[in-house]
Ligand binder design. Structure first.
Ligand code: IMP
Length: 214
C-alpha cells in the first residue's frame, strides 16, 4: 500500500452523516491543515451498512464517498460492545437508537435498552464494555486502508453527563471517575504530544491513521 503512505494533502471528505462523529473528526484533523468537507454537506447518499464487521462497514462508507466525490475519503465505523450481551449492540449501536419523528436517533432510549438487556441477561455490575472505532481511508486510486482503536471501561446507570453523543453518558473508561458524557471533548479526544495512547477509541484509531498518513 505504498501510495497510501504519501502524506495526505488538500481536501478530503469525511464520510459520515453523524454530527457527533463529524465534529470529533474535524477537531482531530484541524491541526493538520486539511480541508474536510462532510458527506452530508456534499449531499452524498448514506450507504446501507451491510458489512459483517466494523472494518467492512468503515471501508464500505469510505469507498462510497471516494467514488461519489472523487476526493480522498475518511470514514469511521464504531460501536459499543458489552461483554454480558455477547458484544451487542456492537455493529448495531446506531440502530439500537430508534429514529424519532423529528429524524433524530433516541440514545436515551437506546441506553435504557442496554440496561434492560443487561437485567434480562441476569448480568451483575461491573458491566464491562468497550468502544471500537475503525477509521478507513479510501483514495481515488482505489486503495483503502483501515486503522482500529478501542477503549475499555464499564457501564453505569443511570447515565451521567450531557456532553458528547451516543452512549457517552453510560461509559466510564477504566481508571477514570467521569463518564464520557461528563468530559469535555478536549479530554475525551486529546492526542497526547508525547505519542502515548489517546483516551477515546476514535482518537486512538486516528493516532494510528495520522502516524501512517499525515
Ligand atoms: P455507526 O458507526 O454509524 O454505525 O454508528 C456507531 C454508533 O456507535 C453511533 O451512532 C453511537 O451510537 C455509537 N458510538 C460510536 N462512537 C461513540 C462515542 O464516541 N460515544 C458514544 N457513542 C458512540
Amino acid at each position: 500500500m505504498s501510495g497510501m503512505r504519501q502524506k495526505l494533502q488538500g481536501r478530503l471528505v469525511i464520510a459520515t452523516h453523524n454530527s457527533g462523529k463529524l465534529w470529533e473528526m474535524r477537531e482531530l484533523l484541524a491541526p493538520y491543515g486539511l480541508d474536510a468537507v462532510s458527506a452530508g454537506e456534499l449531499g452524498l447518499p448514506e450507504p446501507e451498512e451491510t458489512g459483517a464487521t466494523f472494518v467492512a462497514n468503515a471501508e464500505l462508507k469510505a469507498r462510497g464517498a471516494v467514488q461519489a466525490a472523487g476526493l480522498p475519503a475518511l470514514a469511521d465505523d464504531s460501536g459499543l460492545c458489552v461483554d454480558a450481551l455477547g458484544g451487542a449492540p456492537g455493529l448495531f449501536s446506531a440502530r439500537w437508537a430508534e429514529v424519532t419523528p423529528g429524524g433524530i436517533r433516541d440514545f436515551a432510549a437506546a441506553m435504557d435498552k442496554v440496561e434492560a438487556a443487561l437485567k434480562k441477561a441476569g448480568a451483575r455490575p461491573p458491566y464491562t464494555a468497550h468502544f471500537v472505532s475503525v477509521i478507513s481511508l479510501a483514495m481515488p486510486s482505489g486503495e483503502v486502508e483501515s486503522f482500529e482503536g478501542k477503549v475499555f471501561g464499564t457501564l453505569v446507570f443511570p447515565p451521567r453527563g450531557t456532553l458528547g453523543f451516543g452512549y457517552d453518558p453510560i461509559f466510564l473508561p477504566n481508571g477514570l471517575s467521569r463518564t464520557f458524557g461528563e468530559m469535555m471533548a478536549a479530554e475525551k479526544q486529546a492526542i497526547p504530544a508525547d505519542g502515548s495512547p489517546a483516551l477515546s477509541h476514535r482518537a486512538r484509531a486516528f493516532q494510528a491513521f495520522a502516524r501512517a498518513c499525515l
